[in-house]
Design a protein around this ligand. Structure first.
Ligand SMILES: Cc1cc2nc3c(=O)[nH]c(=O)nc-3n(C[C@H](O)[C@H](O)[C@H](O)COP(=O)(O)OP(=O)(O)OC[C@H]3O[C@@H](n4cnc5c(N)ncnc54)[C@H](O)[C@@H]3O)c2cc1C
Length: 655
C-alpha cells in the first residue's frame, strides 16, 4: 500500500479537481494512442504550479537537485486527473460491459464513477462503418495478442483480436447479435443465472428494429439490433436454397428460445440503420456529460490495490499509468464502501487480477508477487470458439457479383456507389461485416447445434481468414482485383476444449501468457465438429443453387481429400472466432470459480468482475449480447434494484 499512501500525501499537497481526461500511452507492444480529451483541469494545475516555480527562480532561490526531483514528482501527481477524488465505483476497462455499467450506475446522479480505459477514445470512422472491420484487425485499436506456440495446432501462435478503445470489443466486432439457446444458460448450473433469470435483461437492453416487442425482444433498450441492410441477391439466395436442400429448416429468429436453435437464416446485427451500434455509442456516450462520471482514456491499469492488513483482503483503489511503462504510477481511490469493478475483458481481467495478487498462489509466488487471495481458477477455463473455413472462386461468367466486387473496383478503390448508398440510405455493402447469413447445425445428432456456419459472399484469400486483408493489400499494390468467390466459415460454437491466461512476468506491460487450447478436449469432439463442418460445406457447395456459381475450391483445396488431410488442414489454419470467455467464472466456491453469484471475487472485499470472464460456459452464439445482459443485471444489483434471487426480481426491474 506504499503507493496509496504516497498518493494520499501528494493529494494533500495540492488541490486536484479533475475533468475527463485522456493521455497518450501504451500498454504492451502498442505505443501509438493519441491524447483524446484534454484534461483541462490538469493543465490548470500544472500552470499554477509552474507560476510558483518561476516566482521562486526570479526570487533567486537556489534549488537543490534532489528538490527538483521532488518537485517533478509533485507536479506529476498534482496533474493527475484523479487527485483529491474518491469514487464509489472504479471500472477497470472502458469496454462493452463497462459502457453499460458507467451509464446505469451514474443514472440518478449520486454515485461517483471512474472509467479507466487503456486505449483511445472512440472516434474512428473505421469503427462506425461495419465493413471497415477489415481495417481493425491488428490495428492500433486492437491489442494485437498472440498465444504461446500451440503444439497441437502445427506449432502455430494464434492471433486473438480484442478491442482496445472506449467500447472495447463491441467496437471492433462483427456486430452479430446472438444469445445462444436457453439451455446454454441452464447448463451453467449457477443458481440465479439460468435462462429465465437472464432473459428479461436481454429484452431490457434491446431495441429491435425488426421484431415486435414481446417475450424475446425489446423496443426500449439502448442496444440497437436490426436485420442486415445489405443482401447479395444471387449468392445469399443460393446459400439459403442449398442449405434447404441439405435438409436444414429455415430459422426465422435465432434468438427466439421457443424455437430450436438449429437451421439456416439471417443473423441480426448490432447496428442502427447500417452503422455500428457499439456500446460506447449506445451507453457511454449519452452519459458522458454527467458530473458524476469521469472517463480517462490512455489509462492503463497496472494493478488493484488490495489491503491485507485488516483481516479480509480489501480493494482500496487501482494503480494506473497515463504514459505507458515509463509513466508515473497514479492511484485512483475508492470512497468508503466503494468497489473496483473489473471490466477489462476475458484476457485482461484475469491478467490484472494476477498482477494484483489474486490468482493461483504458487504461480504468483513464482513471479515474486505477494498473494492476496489464492484463487486457482483465475485465468483458467478459457473458452473460445475455434474456426476453420472453406472457400471457392466463382465461375468466370459470374465474376463481379461478390461483396468484394460491390465494395471495390478493379483497382481496389472503394466504389462511389457503395459510399453513397452507405451515406444516403444506410444500406449497401459497407453496412455488412460480411458474415451475417448462416446456420447452426448438429453434425452428429447433438442436443444443441455444435457447428455455426457463417456464409460470406466473398472469398477468403488466406485459410486463417484474417490474413486475407494482408493479402488483399498486396493485391491492391500490384493493381490486382480481389477475386470473386465465397467463403464458408465453420465454427465449433459449443466447444469442449479449454485454455488459459497467465503471467509471462510480473511486469504489467508484458502481454499475458495466452493459450486458447483449441482441440485439446480428450474426446476430440471439437476437431470432429470442424472436420464434419468441412464435409458439410463441401456438400453445400455441391448443391445445385451454389454449384451453379462455383468453380472448384481454393480452401482446403482438392488435394485435401481424406479425414487425415482435413485434420491437418484444420490444425494448420484454425483461428479464433473471437468469443473468449470463462477466465474468472462464476460459481459456488473458491476452489473452482473466481466470483460468486453476485459477481464478487471470492475472499476479497470491494472487488467484482463484470465482463465476459464470468461466463462459466460459452453460449452457442457470439458473446456481446450475453455480456450486455450480464452488465445490465449487475448494474441493477449494484443499485439495489435487483437481487440475484431469480427471475421475479429481474422481471420487476425490466418492466
Ligand atoms: C474481432 C471480434 C469480432 C467479434 N464478433 C462478435 C460478434 O459478431 N458478435 C458478438 O456478439 N460478439 C463478437 N465478439 C465478441 C464480443 O465483442 C466480446 O465478447 C465482448 O464485447 C466482450 O466484452 P467485455 O466487456 O468482456 O470486454 P471488452 O469489450 O473487450 O472490453 C475490455 C476493455 O478493457 C480495456 N482494457 C484491457 N486491459 C486494460 C488495462 N490494463 N487498463 C485499462 N483498460 C484495459 C480494453 O482496452 C477494452 O476496452 C467479437 C470480438 C472480436 C474481438
Amino acid at each position: 500500500m506504499a503507493s496509496v499512501a504516497a498518493s494520499r500525501s501528494a493529494q494533500a499537497v495540492a488541490a486536484g479537481p479533475a475533468a475527463r481526461g485522456g493521455r497518450s500511452s501504451s500498454l504492451g507492444m502498442l505505443a501509438s494512442s493519441k491524447r483524446t480529451i484534454a484534461p483541462v483541469s490538469a493543465f490548470k494545475a500544472q500552470r499554477t504550479s509552474s507560476r510558483g516555480l518561476a516566482a521562486a527562480r526570479t526570487g533567486g532561490v537556489a534549488v537543490r537537485a534532489s528538490a527538483v526531483e521532488d518537485i517533478k514528482k509533485v507536479l506529476t501527481e498534482t496533474s493527475s486527473p484523479v487527485t483529491g477524488k474518491q469514487y464509489d465505483y472504479i471500472l477497470v476497462g472502458g469496454g462493452t460491459a463497462a459502457c453499460v455499467l458507467a451509464n446505469r450506475l451514474t443514472e440518478g446522479g449520486t454515485k461517483r464513477v471512474l472509467v479507466l480505459e487503456a486505449g483511445p477514445d472512440n472516434t474512428s470512422r473505421d469503427v462506425r462503418i461495419p465493413a471497415a472491420i477489415t481495417r481493425l484487425f491488428r490495428s492500433p485499436l486492437d491489442w494485437n495478442l498472440f498465444s504461446s506456440l500451440q503444439p497441437q495446432l502445427a506449432e502455430r501462435q494464434i492471433y486473438l483480436a480484442r478491442g482496445r478503445l472506449l467500447g472495447g470489443s463491441s467496437s471492433t466486432n462483427a456486430t452479430l447479435y446472438h444469445r445462444g439457446a436457453a439451455a446454454d444458460y441452464d447448463s451453467w448450473g449457477v443458481p440465479g443465472w439460468g435462462a429465465a433469470d437472464l432473459l428479461p435483461w436481454f429484452v431490457k437492453a434491446e431495441t429491435n428494429a425488426d421484431f415486435e416487442a414481446g417475450k424475446f425482444h425489446g423496443k426500449q433498450g439502448p442496444m440497437r439490433v436490426e436485420n442486415p441492410r445489405y443482401t447479395n441477391d444471387k449468392l445469399h439466395s443460393a446459400f439459403f436454397a442449398s442449405a434447404q436442400q441439405l435438409g436444414l429448416p429455415r430459422n426465422s429468429d435465432f434468438n427466439n428460445w421457443d424455437q430450436d436453435h438449429g437451421g439456416y437464416g439471417t443473423f441480426q446485427v448490432m447496428q442502427d440503420k447500417g452503422t455500428r451500434a457499439d456500446m460506447y455509442r449506445q451507453y457511454l456516450k449519452p452519459a458522458m456529460g454527467r458530473p458524476n462520471l469521469q472517463v480517462l482514456t490512455g489509462a492503463a491499469v497496472t494493478r488493484v490495490h488490495i489491503d491485507k492488513a485488516g483481516g479480509k483482503p480489501t480493494a482500496l483503489g487501482v494503480e494506473f499509468s497515463l504514459d505507458g511503462p515509463a509513466g508515473t504510477r497514479l492511484t485512483a481511490e475508492l470512497a468508503p464502501g466503494g468497489e473496483v469493478v473489473m471490466c477489462a475483458g476475458a484476457v485482461h481481467t484475469p491478467h490484472i487480477l494476477q498482477l494484483s495478487g489474486v490468482g493461483n498462489g504458487s504461480q504468483l509466488w513464482e513471479h515474486g508477487l505477494a498473494v492476496a487471495a489464492d484463487l486457482p481458477a483465475v485465468g483458467a477455463n478459457l473458452q473460445d470458439q475455434p474456426a476453420c473455413l472453406t472457400a471457392a472462386p466463382l465461375k468466370d461468367k459470374y465474376d463481379g457479383i461478390a461483396i468484394s466486387d460491390d465494395i471495390y473496383n478493379a483497382k481496389g478503390q472503394i466504389r462511389k456507389r457503395a459510399i453513397l448508398s452507405y451515406l444516403l440510405r444506410g444500406s449497401g455493402p459497407l453496412t455488412s461485416t460480411g458474415c451475417d447469413r448462416g446456420a447452426f447445425v448438429r453434425t452428429a445428432g447433438q442436443a444443441l447445434p455444435d457447428l455455426q456456419v457463417r456464409f460470406v459472399p466473398g472469398m477468403a484469400l488466406d485459410s486463417d481468414g484474417v490474413s486475407t486483408y494482408v493479402r488483399f493489400a498486396k493485391f491492391q499494390s500490384q493493381g490486382l482485383k480481389w477475386p470473386s468467390g465465397i467463403t464458408v466459415q465453420l465454427i465449433a460454437c459449443r466447444p469442449h476444449s479449454t485454455g488459459s491466461v497467465g503471467l509471462k512476468s510480473a511486469d504489467p506491460f508484458d502481454a499475458p501468457k495466452l493459450s486458447p487450447g483449441y482441440l485439446t478436449d480428450a474426446a476430440g469432439a471439437d476437431l470432429a465438429t470442424l472436420r464434419s463442418g468441412v464435409h458439410w460445406a463441401r456438400e453445400l457447395a455441391r448443391q445445385g443453387p451454389l454449384a451453379e456459381y462455383l468453380s472448384g475450391e481454393l480452401f482446403p483445396g482438392s488435394a485435401v481429400e481424406n479425414d487425415a488431410a482435413i485434420d491437418e488442414y484444420i490444425r494448420g489454419s484454425i483461428h479464433s472466432s473471437n468469443a473468449i470467455v470463462g477466465t474468472c467464472k462464476m460459481g459456488a466456491g473458491p476452489a473452482d470459480s473466481v466470483v460468486d453469484t453476485q459477481l464478487r471475487v471470492h475472499g476479497v472485499e470491494g472487488l467484482r468482475v463484470v465482463d465476459a470472464s464470468v461466463v462459466p460456459r460459452i453460449p452457442g452464439g457470439q458473446v456481446a449480447a450475453p455480456v450486455v445482459a450480464i452488465a445490465e443485471r449487475a448494474a441493477a444489483l449494484l443499485r439495489g434494484e435487483a437481487t440475484i434471487a431469480g427471475a421475479a426480481a429481474a422481471a420487476t426491474v425490466a418492466a
